[in-house]
Design a binder for this molecule. Structure first.
Ligand SMILES: Cc1cc2nc3c(=O)[nH]c(=O)nc-3n(C[C@H](O)[C@H](O)[C@H](O)COP(=O)(O)OP(=O)(O)OC[C@H]3O[C@@H](n4cnc5c(N)ncnc54)[C@H](O)[C@@H]3O)c2cc1C
Length: 291
């Protein structure tokens, strides 16, 4: 049986554990996070970090520990610190590293390639490092962990720039109203927020509205370099449907697009398309849906 390894820097790894369980026996390497939570794993290895040491500092040690464990498929969450660990592990194992994981089984892993226009099937007989949305927090008690140690990289936190950020978990949303450059002013987003309030949806955006316009937090844009979502309903409002955006939402069950350009690429994957000015269509749609 293939062995799977989950590298956890925090307990929010339910999706990683579930995916790893499909591959084989699961070992968890807990890096700077209490190991008790991972009681369901076949084996738990704990690498402790002193208070204030960033998980990234553990990269060289984690790479060495993983190389010494009998694991073929390595799972980490797609968060910034975890990506550093994943890169170090991939280099140490000489293994390819993938985001866009679509399907995992004991025999193979399907990943989206080239921004989602193709799917590649990889056998689990080769070593792979996979980055996934970590999932929900797991809790447990009584896991017997082996401890591991190793050298830390000379990384330290020199300053913190904290912001309230967002509490929205886009990948878990069942309805998303996404705004694009069809919105001319930040205050016009209220039109989208009214629709979202009416139908109980989360509000998201295309990248230019989060990077550049700064109208949204950066974790609220959808796409190849943003959030990957697959809600029941995805409203694309004034979004052209460039590949870099659709790669993040093409698995949505029902896509509704509103765009003034009848040739906008978003209409190719829309289940319902409205050719029109969102400033006219949105108030009418919101009113109709509120009845
Ligand atoms: C390396 C790289 C990574 C990228 N990653 C991402 C990513 O993760 N996510 C992402 O979103 N983008 C990403 N991009 C950017 C991407 O290529 C597009 O530029 C972006 O998605 C376009 O956003 P948009 O659809 O909002 O804007 P536009 O492409 O400008 O489209 C605006 C649309 O609004 C319509 N419109 C205008 N006025 C109205 C109106 N009044 N009513 C109705 N419709 C109207 C227009 O017809 C047009 O179709 C990336 C780009 C690069 C190079």
């Amino acid at each position: 049986m293939t062995n799977a390894l989950v590298i956890a820097t925090n307990p929010q790894v339910s999706a990683l554990l579930e995916a790893a369980g499909k591959v084989g026996d699961v070992t968890v390497l807990a890096v700077g996070t209490p190991a008790e939570a991972f009681a369901e794993a076949a084996k738990v290895v704990s690498f402790e970090l002193a208070e204030g040491t960033p998980a990234e500092a553990a990269a060289p040690a984690v790479a060495k520990i993983v190389a010494g464990l009998d694991a073929s498929i390595i799972f980490t969450s797609d968060a910034s610190a975890d990506r550093v660990l994943a890169g170090a592990v991939a280099a140490a194992l000489d293994a390819p590293i993938f985001r866009g994981v679509k399907e995992v089984s004991a025999e193979s892993v399907e990943v989206a390639r080239f921004g989602g226009i193709a799917t590649e099937t990889l056998p689990t007989s080769q070593k792979l490092v996979l980055l996934l949305d970590g999932g929900k927090e797991v809790s447990g008690s009584g896991a017997q962990a082996e401890t591991a140690d190793g050298e830390l990289a000379p990384a330290k936190v020199i300053s913190e720039d904290t912001s309230a950020g967002t509490q929205v978990n886009l990948p878990a949303a069942s309805k998303i109203v996404a705004c694009g450059r069809g919105f001319k002013n930040e205050e016009d987003l209220q039109l989208a927020r009214s629709l979202a309030d009416t139908i109980g949806a989360e509000v998201a955006c295309s990248r230019p509205l989060a990077e550049g316009a700064d109208w949204f937090d950066r974790d609220l844009y959808v796409g190849v370099s943003g959030a990957k979502v697959a809600p029941d309903f995805y409203f694309a409002l004034g979004i052209s449907g460039q590949l870099q955006h659709t790669a993040g939402m093409q698995d949505s069950k029902t896509v509704v697009a509103i765009n003034s350009d009848e040739n906008a690429p978003i209409f190719k994957l829309a289940d319902y398309g409205i050719v029109g000015d969102l400033y006219e269509v949105l108030p009418a749609l919101t009113e109709a849906l509120s009845k």
